[in-house]
Design a protein around this ligand. Sequence first.
Ligand SMILES: Nc1ncnc2c1ncn2[C@@H]1O[C@H](COP(=O)(O)OP(=O)(O)O)[C@@H](O)[C@H]1O
Ligand SMILES: [Mg+2]
Length: 274
Amino acid sequence: MTDLQGTTEALVSVRNLTRTFDVKGGQFGQLRSQVHALQDVSFDVFPGETLSIVGESGSGRSTLGMSLLQLTHPTSGSVWYRGKDIIKNTAAENRAMRRHLQIVFQDPFSTLNPRATVGSAIALPLLHHGLATRETVRDRVHAILSDVGLGPLFENRYPYELSGGQAQWAAIGRPIACEPEFIVSDEAISALDVSVQAQIINLLVDLQEKRGLTYLFIAHDLSVVRHISDRGAVMKAGRIVEIDVPQRLFTNPQDAYTRALIAATPVFEDRRSR
Ligand SMILES: Nc1ncnc2c1ncn2[C@@H]1O[C@H](COP(=O)(O)OP(=O)(O)O)[C@@H](O)[C@H]1O
Ligand SMILES: [Mg+2]
């Protein structure tokens, strides 16, 4: 699908996406109200770019990220990946597509199986997707551990033996093992110490450069947009109120809500010079 401006080919396109949750209550589970988690959301993500989605808790960012990966089904609208509306995918088509579209969550300990070593957590997708054989899997696991900044000895560690940062590194190793094209990072750094946040961001930037990855980077404040994004989208109550390159978002915000977010944003130095 061509992008909204009709020029470059987008990798992922979202059109008029809506997701409504029924809220039930009472003794008989009557419909009490509806939550409009996504309301007519449309945007494109271009190959190799980082698009940040910023907004307060409850603004619909996770619902959006999960919809892009078909982990939740939207109420209406379409999601295009490589020219195909993936909402119409069959279960088999979804399974084949999943390897290419991956997600990193906020809490690595909920992603990692507490009874599986880091090595086996990474080996599993490699074997499942036929990206390694029994003979080659150990070398591939070591290569991926090294890519995410962990030494080969982490292969035998269990999640409870890891710090929060190390666990998030290991958790990033799993989607990376799938050799994806597109990664949704859903507040992957929000629960970590500031120093570890910077390391994870640097890791994601390095992986992107090495592997030509495309990111949808969900965060709650705009500092990260300035730091790593090619573009930032501001979400409020299920709608994108503004989407633009960081320079314009910061110097000439069009929406009152963006201005309020900027006023509340801590200032970091730019790591990337563009
Ligand atoms: N499974 C669900 N059932 C009912 N409401 C939900 C469900 N998932 C999300 N919501 C509601 O949808 C809105 C958006 O949620 P979410 O996408 O998780 O926001 P964010 O990730 O920005 O915090 C919130 O009001 C939330 O309570
Ligand atoms: Mg969320």
